[in-house]
Ligand binder design. Structure first.
Ligand code: SAH
Length: 226
């Protein structure tokens, strides 16, 4: 997968990709992540990418011209499956949307800032909008990092144990079962005996029961999904 993240604040989004699983995924050649500074596509000497809103009101608006120049430049280099604008009123990010995106080859994530982008960007230049939840962030960078993280970890080979992503919460509309590690007893708090029984079939059955029980208790809405 090739992921281009377009932002006017590149520093805000560098660190999630320079450690742990996301760093290793790039090292293994399973994904390339390119962070693109929108200001380098600005045409004026102040490198501006925003301007006052037509009609007045507080807050700057990101201009269409640098964004269009940037996207045209990227599109001349490869064919994109989706050009995604991060937006609080976009399609809500879910595990199933992450699964869908993990099958794509080339993606652009466009991060807004200030009041957001000129509406004509949304009308003409992008193919999709994604929200990470019903709250407003100051910029799209953290949202883009969330999307990138959840998508990249699903690419086969990124997690060392490939079944690991499949047993995560939401993959099958169930919450993950509880997990434990050593010591088996801590301050008198015991690990469930079945987990140290060595009986794999019983362990799997216990985990499944726990998942169902937890889902009923914490997220009954998931069980009623069609
Ligand atoms: N005025 C806009 C919010 C702008 S917030 C509104 O009321 O809808 C600035 C930028 O942060 C947005 O352009 C978007 O790129 C990003 N952003 C904010 N909240 C987000 C969310 N929940 N999901 C995805 N992106 C978000």
């Amino acid at each position: 997968m090739h992921l281009d993240i377009v932002t006017c604040l590149p520093k805000l989004i560098e660190s999630p990709f320079s450690d742990s699983i996301l760093k290793r995924a790039q090292k293994k050649g399973l994904v390339t992540v390119n962070i693109i500074d929108l200001r380098s596509y600005s045409t004026d000497k102040h490198k501006s990418i925003d301007d006052y809103a037509f009609g007045g009101g507080a807050g700057m608006v990101m201009m269409i011209e640098p964004i269009d120049r940037c996207l045209e430049d990227l599109k001349s280099q490869r064919k994109y499956d989706d050009i995604i604008y991060m937006s609080p009123d976009g399609q809500k990010l879910t595990q199933s949307l992450a699964n869908e995106l993990s099958l794509k080859q080339n993606l652009i994530l466009l991060c807004g800032h200030y009041k957001g982008v000129d509406e004509r960007v949304r009308e003409h230049l992008i193919t999709r909008e994604i929200s990470i939840g019903d709250y407003v962030l100051s910029g799209g960078e953290l949202a883009a990092a969330v999307v990138a993280d959840t998508v990249i970890r699903l690419i086969p080979g990124v997690l060392s144990d490939e079944t690991s992503a499949l047993s995560d919460s939401f993959q099958d509309d169930l919450i993950a079962p509880p997990v434990y590690t050593r010591p088996a007893t801590y301050k008198g708090w015991e690990v469930p005996a079945v987990l140290i029984s060595g009986h794999q079939a019983k362990i799997e059955a216990w985990r499944h029961d726990q998942s169902v029980e937890r889902t009923q208790k914490r997220r009954p809405d998931l069980l009623s999904n069609p």
